[in-house]
Design a protein. Structure first.
Length: 261
């Protein structure tokens, strides 16, 4: 091979390499995205969903604002309640007396955990020991109930299995008191017993007060020993009050737990 021909081949290969390199650059240009023009950067201001990169984050302002508004609303309601309460206690008008008595009772009366526990055991089961307010140990369950006679009088009809209680003779319209502290679980009428009130006490003991008139309590009321729950039915002959003591679905003689002297 002559030197001239060899030089031609070398020159041809160089031209092919140069052509190949030019083609490669053209492909790179085609693959690159078009350049961003300055006016296209304004899309950040036109789109409500995109926030500018050079501005502080403001996405958390809305929930904070809502919380602030809710707090202001609560504060306003509290202030209104305070003003209304103050007016009720300062007005001293007869028309506001019931509201004043109700609010006084609501503010001074202790929460009735015992009554709630009794309701829980009645409708759901044993009170949850995980809650301190409902915790009960054996000593609490075996605590002795202090009884007192519900009405002044004498035993007219003694206890028997058929009557399941006894009948007390008393004066006309005599007040009938709760024999012990407890929760009123029934107020209504029962055949043979007339107007009847049932009070549930500790350890599941329930007292029945029948033949009543002018009942002073309602269901779910909490009564203390000696509170008036009604009065004896007025009669042309003798005023009577029915009394029974129930424990674990069994009736016991009331004269065994309280005195009627």
């Amino acid at each position: 091979m002559s030197l001239e021909r060899w030089n031609q081949n070398v020159k041809k290969r160089r031209e092919q390499k140069v052509q190949f390199l030019k083609q490669g650059k053209e492909r790179e240009k085609m693959a690159l995205p078009p350049p961003i023009k300055p006016h296209e950067l304004d899309f950040y201001h036109m789109s409500p969903d995109v926030e500018p990169w050079n501005q502080p984050y403001v996405g958390a302002k809305h929930p904070i604002k809502r919380k602030s508004n809710w707090f202001k609303t609560q504060l306003l309601i509290s202030a209104l309640l305070f003003v209304v309460t103050l007016l009720i206690f300062q007005a001293h008008t007869p028309i506001l007396k019931p509201a004043e008595r109700f609010m006084t009772q609501a503010f001074t009366r202790e929460f009735n955990f015992a009554g709630m526990s009794a309701q829980y055991e009645k409708y759901i089961g044993e009170a949850p020991a995980i809650l301190p307010a409902f915790q009960k140990d054996k000593e609490d369950k075996e605590q002795v109930i202090t009884w007192s006679a519900p009405v002044k009088g004498t035993v007219g009809l003694p206890f028997d299995e058929k009557r399941k209680g006894l009948v007390l003779y008393t004066t006309d319209g005599a007040p009938v008191h709760a024999a012990a502290e407890g929760l009123v679980i029934f107020v209504g009428n029962k055949e043979g017993l007339g107007n009847l009130v049932k009070v549930q006490h500790m350890s599941g003991v329930v007292t029945w007060y029948g033949l009543l008139d002018d009942i002073q309590v309602k269901q779910k009321d909490w009564v203390k020993r000696g509170d008036v729950i009604g009065s004896a039915v007025r009669s042309d002959q003798k005023s009577m009050v029915y009394l029974a003591v129930e424990h674990q679905d069994r009736f016991i003689n009331p004269a065994d737990v309280m005195s009627f002297e």
